[in-house]
Design a protein around this ligand. Structure first.
Ligand SMILES: Cc1cc2nc3c(=O)[nH]c(=O)nc-3n(C[C@H](O)[C@H](O)[C@H](O)COP(=O)(O)O)c2cc1C
Length: 315
């Protein structure tokens, strides 16, 4: 059995979090992960606050275990969403796209554990000072919004600069990645892309097929010109978008060309106009299976590696 500061802090069996995924991680997926002993996270991104409330009601019917909600700090409904965390007694909040400092007191008082997702040492220090109880250090191998640094370089530097537990994210899809994260100093991991292949993840089948077909070099980062780079599967949409970034098209037109693209991927599987967010580990994923199997196989492999792995080198 693996016990870390994260299993203790969150009251979960395994130090494994299913990352919040905009438009995707609903109560069904998050509930299955929590039931399996990890921590499932419901997305609030691009969701109506009432819809989020219903998802929280749903997950409570699926599991009695802890779960979380992911919030983007730039969301237009941020005030309402922040209040739902308090009103509904959500146990864990993960945040992205900025510091959650202004809500920290209110969430901490309500008993919510606040875990910001960060991509630099400076931001890690800032959110620790603001009162975060742990942080997710996310490298640019990950799917979705990305920073500049790789997980391998980011995690140890963050661990050296904060006193709260660090959760590694980006490029982790099996027990090898989890064990490696522990070696870098992490106390847990957050995984997104692998959960896209879960049976309970209700994305369009074309989305899953693109992941199953992916190789190591099938993803690309676009969006740098507008200051919000994202990693997705190479498709006609991403190729066109990349070309536009280096053309004379205005920023407004460029922005407009991606509106609704994630929805078109998730709901319609539209390869021409959809943006299929996924990380570099997509090339490791070959089939669909229940979320419980994903959690169990990752953690079983981690235990085996941690029990015997070092003996290969240290005699
Ligand atoms: C499809 C997709 C959507 C994502 N959306 C969000 C999001 O809305 N908010 C967030 O904080 N992180 C988001 N992420 C990042 C994940 O929560 C997680 O940190 C990341 O996927 C870990 O890296 P991996 O993809 O290599 O497992 C997203 C990732 C994916 C793959």
């Amino acid at each position: 059995m693996i016990k870390t500061k994260i299993t203790e802090l969150l009251g979960i069996k395994y130090p494994l979090i299913q990352g919040g995924m905009a438009h995707i991680s609903d109560a069904a997926l998050a509930g299955a992960v929590s039931n399996a002993g990890g921590l499932g996270i419901i997305t609030s991104v691009n969701r109506d606050p009432d819809f989020l409330k219903k998802e929280i009601e749903k997950i409570r019917k699926i599991t009695e275990k802890p779960f979380g909600v992911n919030i983007m700090m730039q969301s237009p409904d941020i005030e309402k969403t922040a209040q739902i965390i308090v009103d509904e007694g959500v146990p864990v909040v993960t945040t992205g796209a900025g510091s959650p400092a202004r809500f920290m007191d209110m969430w901490n008082k309500a008993g919510a554990k606040v875990i910001p997702v960060i991509a630099s040492v400076a931001m890690a220090r800032k959110v620790e000072q603001a009162g975060a109880c742990a942080i997710v250090a996310e490298g640019c191998e990950s799917g979705g919004h990305v920073g500049e640094m790789t997980t391998m370089a980011l995690v140890p530097q963050v661990c050296d600069n904060v006193n709260i537990p660090v959760i590694a994210a980006g490029g982790i899809a099996d027990g090898r990645g989890v064990a490696a994260s522990f070696m870098l100093g992490a106390e847990g991991v957050q995984i997104g892309t692998r959960f896209l292949t879960a049976d309970e993840c209700l994305i369009h089948q074309n989305y899953k097929n693109l992941i199953f077909k992916a190789s190591d070099i099938s993803t690309v980062v676009t969006g740098k010109r507008l200051g919000h780079p994202v990693r997705s599967i190479k498709t006609p949409f991403s190729r066109n978008y990349s070309k536009s970034e280096y053309s004379s098209i205005s920023d407004e037109e460029l922005e407009q060309s991606a509106v609704g693209a994630l929805y078109k991927a998730v709901a319609e599987g539209n390869e021409k106009e959809g943006c299929f967010l996924a990380g570099q580990v997509a090339g490791m994923l070959t089939h669909s299976e229940p979320a419980s199997e994903i959690v169990k196989s990752i953690m079983d492999q981690t235990e085996k590696i941690l029990e015997g792995g070092c003996k290969r080198w240290v005699k």
